[in-house]
Design a protein around this ligand. Structure first.
Ligand code: ARG
Length: 461
């Protein structure tokens, strides 16, 4: 290293170049630069407000920092490895611009409370952006669901045909997952939005700072009550990564279904050319790369959550350099979640077509109306378990005879039990099977219509 480090006065010799590279975070924490500038401007204003520096000095710092921001945006300022990290880079450039007064910026502050402030400001913005992406994802789910209240699709448990459901009901299940994600992020936000600024290196500061003043300028809800906790807490990052992981769980489950549905075995959806790719060798293929990538990218977000937990578990108070390792996982998770939400939204909006003809056939070709026969008997006084056993026998004999329940003659039904009447055929038709499940939260059309209205109102508020 030719250039001296900011802290190098105490040191006899320069940092080994490889160690300088190893130590530096500028290659990734540059992502925080605008938040670092905003945080520093608030700090400078506070220093002037409390009389720690003069009003003119405060003004010079704020204006100088704004110039750093502009230079960065115009790509005139591109700090390199010698800056070590974004905090030093900004301070150094500021001092080049405004002269010696720039050296006053770091009064009553440490990079430890500074980096915590920057990361929170960044995450605050990103959380709101992700919530916006979630809303768009929910909107497209609703748009499709509204067109498919009466489109039936086989419902599964254990990936075995169970009972048919409304396609809208199925899609609304994902809407609800996304709704929880949206709410969860709001909750996480409340613990991201606490200011560590003014905690200093670990113990507070000898200067008469006003932490509430900077918190207010930066729109933090609260300030950390304990300086040691303030500089070393990363719970907010873990909580965010946890919320991000759950979003990925939900997207990955939907991806898995789309992948199954688009296979020749299911044939429930067709992938449109805009969202599918071909094979380099097999000319007939059209692959569901989008949902596969989403499913695949889920792993890295889980990994970042795991890494963050492990980083924290052995850390003594307060700041330790281990904490520099929080950033890449956070940034990558943010970018991954946004990219996946966007891709899935596009896939749903224009990359996917439900094959309604095929779906209509699918719900008639199995025994997924068997529960309804048992319910038919139970509603007419036969104890449910008895009815269940009776129907089990019919399913067995019908299967052996290569028939479905709808193919049985009325006499066959009546031999089984005298309460069967001609209305059994209507009771076991797929439409009726779905429509009749009108319990709250069920797939009955009336329930689904109501759920759609509630969902619409929910996201427009
Ligand atoms: N680049 C560091 C980080 O990301 C900034 C804080 C450095 N603090 C320190 N005491 N060395 O954590």
């Amino acid at each position: 290293m030719t250039e001296k480090q900011t802290w190098s006065q105490r040191f006899e010799s320069a940092l080994h170049p490889a160690i300088a590279r190893f130590n530096a975070s500028i290659s990734f924490d540059i992502e925080l630069i605008e938040y670092d500038i905003t945080g520093s401007q608030a700090h400078a204003k506070m220093l002037a407000h409390t009389g720690i520096i003069s009003p003119e000095e405060g003004e010079q710092l704020v204006t100088g920092l704004e110039q750093v921001r502009q230079e960065y945006r115009q790509r005139k300022f591109q700090p390199g490895i010698d800056a070590e990290d974004v905090h030093f880079a900004v301070e150094k450039r500021l001092t080049e611009i405004v002269g010696d007064v720039g050296k006053k910026l770091h009064t009553a502050r440490s990079r430890n409370d500074q980096v915590g402030t920057d990361t929170r400001l960044y995450l605050r913005d990103q959380i709101q952006q992700i919530r916006q992406y979630l809303r768009e994802f929910q909107t497209v789910l609703l748009d499709i669901a509204e067109q498919h209240v009466e489109t039936l699709i086989p419902g599964y448990t254990h990936l075995q045909r169970a009972q048919p459901v409304s396609l809208a009901h199925h899609l609304l299940a994902y809407f609800q997952m996304a709704q929880r994600d949206w709410e969860r992020l709001e909750d996480v936000y409340s613990r991201v939005n606490i200011s560590p600024l003014g905690c200093g290196a670990l113990a507070g500061t000898t200067f008469p700072i006003d932490r509430h003043y900077t918190a207010e300028l930066l729109k933090f809800d609260r300030v950390y009550a304990n300086s040691l906790d303030g500089v070393s807490d990363r719970d907010f990052a873990i909580e965010f990564l946890c919320a991000a992981s759950l979003i990925m769980v939900h997207l990955s489950r939907l991806s898995e279904e789309v992948i199954l549905w688009s296979s020749e075995e299911f044939r429930f959806v067709t992938l449109k050319d805009s969202c599918a790719t071909g094979s380099s060798i097999m000319p007939q293929k059209k692959n569901p790369d989008v949902p596969e990538l989403v499913r695949g990218k889920t792993g890295r977000v889980f990994g970042h959550l795991q890494a963050m937990l492990v980083i924290m578990k052995g850390l003594p108070l307060a700041y330790n350099k281990d904490l520099q390792e929080d950033k890449e996982g956070i940034f990558d998770s943010v970018n991954t979640v946004k990219a996946c939400l966007e891709a899935m939204t596009i896939l749903l909006r224009e990359g996917l077509e439900f094959r309604t003809q095929r779906l209509a056939e699918a719900v008639t070709e199995d025994f997924s109306n068997a529960t309804d026969v048992a319910d038919y008997l139970a509603a007419r006084g036969v104890p449910f378990r008895e009815a269940y056993n009776l129907v089990g026998k019919v399913v067995k004999t019908s299967m052996a005879a290569g028939k479905l329940l709808k193919d049985l003659q009325l006499e066959e039904w009546q031999q089984l039990h005298p309460v069967f009447a001609a209305d059994i055929y209507e009771a076991i038709s797929p439409r009726q099977v779905v429509s009749a499940r009108n319990s709250y939260g069920g797939t009955g059309f009336a329930q689904v219509r109501q759920a759609l209205v509630t969902a619409r109102t929910n996201i427009s508020n």
